[in-house]
Design a protein around this ligand. Structure first.
Ligand code: HCA
Ligand code: CU
Length: 391
């Protein structure tokens, strides 16, 4: 399935601030915003201005940077929150959220469904009446544990009020890809507004769920750098990009500046005090490392054999690990060539057998492999000289 028209709403500066290790300074927020803008995300979402004076000032600062990305803020469905957001110049839109599931209705805001719709009407008309140029998104927290009937009633009401996007939020990471597909499909037939998906990663499904949402007709996905957010976070920007790139590389290359991704991941990892996971899509240390002899041989012949993402597109390079018992003589030949050693196939097969035997004894490093290759090449040269002397 080709997904061409979609937008990324990066929420590192909102959802990401809810990650346990995140405590961004103004300067750090600005650095993240510039890097996201350079990468090319379409939207940057920031924490509500009512959270604190610093949050308010930082929102104003980032909305005033003149970024290409549209700057959004995220508020509760409350008139006073909207009023504060409306003070911010340079803002492109306001994302409103309210809980619709019965536990949230009971324990969070205490509003009934008609009261939620009434409140939505009040806040949306207030925003649209004050600054009609602002985009408004209305999202239902914990959508997947809300009754369909309730959800659709709310979405239809806010759609009629003229919101630009309706948001589905898998707040607790409960959704499955099929469930997301089905809900978005149905909603697509009901509303005129664009559909946005926000998915938490409690069961590791955030990327798959976001993809399912896009495939079913959503056009916006919320991400954060490295997926940071409440608990174990949401759809990671890099992972979503990997998912979409593998399906349509040209489109993703033209839409985003992929070489910025490693810097973004490193920047945010450092700021929040975590390492980039070894298995992270694209930027994990092992993402482009090939090991088994069969893989190494094929990769050396044509990298697309075992890579659906091209590391060069992200400014990265692949690594072929050869110092272990799974190695093969093609990989060893490649290394010998890199060292400028010319060994015939018979020799290479023997060296490889020797390296495998050594690796059975102890862990090897590339230096060990190189040393074996050099020794072998020297002894070969010596014996060739002896042969020549014999003649
Ligand atoms: C939360 C709110 C939210 C909001 C998502 C949205 C969620 O922190 O609980 O605005 O669509 O996951 O429901 O992040
Ligand atoms: Cu969330």
């Amino acid at each position: 399935m080709r997904i061409r028209d979609f937008k990324i709403i990066d929420s590192t500066l909102r959802e990401g601030e809810q990650f346990v290790g995140a405590n961004f300074t103004t300067g750090q927020k600005i650095d993240i915003a510039y890097a996201l803008d350079q990468f090319g995300v379409e939207y940057i979402e920031l924490t509500s201005p009512v959270v604190s004076e610093r949050s308010f000032q930082d929102l104003k600062a980032i909305a005033g940077l003149g970024l290409r990305a549209k700057v959004l803020t995220h508020i509760r469905c409350k008139r006073e929150d909207a009023a504060k957001a409306l003070e911010v110049e340079g803002l492109s839109g306001i994302d409103i959220v309210i809980g619709t599931s019965s536990p949230l209705r009971r324990f969070s805001h205490g509003l009934s469904l008609p009261q939620i719709i009434e409140r939505a009407r009040e806040v949306i008309s207030f925003i649209k009446g004050s600054r009609p140029e602002l985009e408004v998104r209305f999202s239902t927290e914990d959508s997947f544990r809300s009754s369909r009937e309730d959800l659709f009633q709310v979405y239809r009401a806010v759609d009629e009020l003229g919101v630009d996007r309706v948001g589905i939020a898998d707040t607790v990471g409960a959704a499955t890809p099929f469930g997301v597909f089905e809900l978005v499909r149905e909603l697509r037939g009901l509303v005129r507004a664009e559909i946005e998906f926000h998915g938490h990663n409690d069961t590791g499904c955030a990327i798959a769920n976001s993809y399912a949402a896009l495939a079913a007709g959503a056009s916006c996905v919320d991400t954060s750098v490295l997926g940071i957010g409440e608990r174990n976070g949401i759809t990671p920007l890099g992972g979503l990009i990997a998912r979409l790139y593998s399906l349509d590389p040209e489109r993703i290359r033209e839409k985003y500046n992929l070489r910025v991704l490693p810097r973004l991941d490193e920047l945010v990892a450092e700021m929040v005090g975590v390492d980039i996971p070894f298995n992270n899509p694209v930027t994990g240390i092992a993402a482009f490392t090939h090991k088994a002899g069969i893989h190494a041989k094929a990769i050396l012949g044509d990298p697309t054999t075992y890579e659906i993402l091209s590391p060069e597109d992200f400014g990265l390079s692949r690594y072929i690990s050869i110092a272990h018992r799974l190695t093969g003589w093609n990989a060893i030949r490649w290394r010998a060539e890199q060292l400028g050693l010319s060994l015939g196939e018979g020799d290479l097969r023997q060296v490889t057998a020797h390296i495998k035997a050594l690796a059975d004894e102890r862990p090897l490093s590339l230096d060990d492999v190189d040393a074996v290759l050099w020794r072998w090449a020297r002894s070969r040269a010596g014996s060739r000289r002896e042969d020549a002397g014999d003649l």
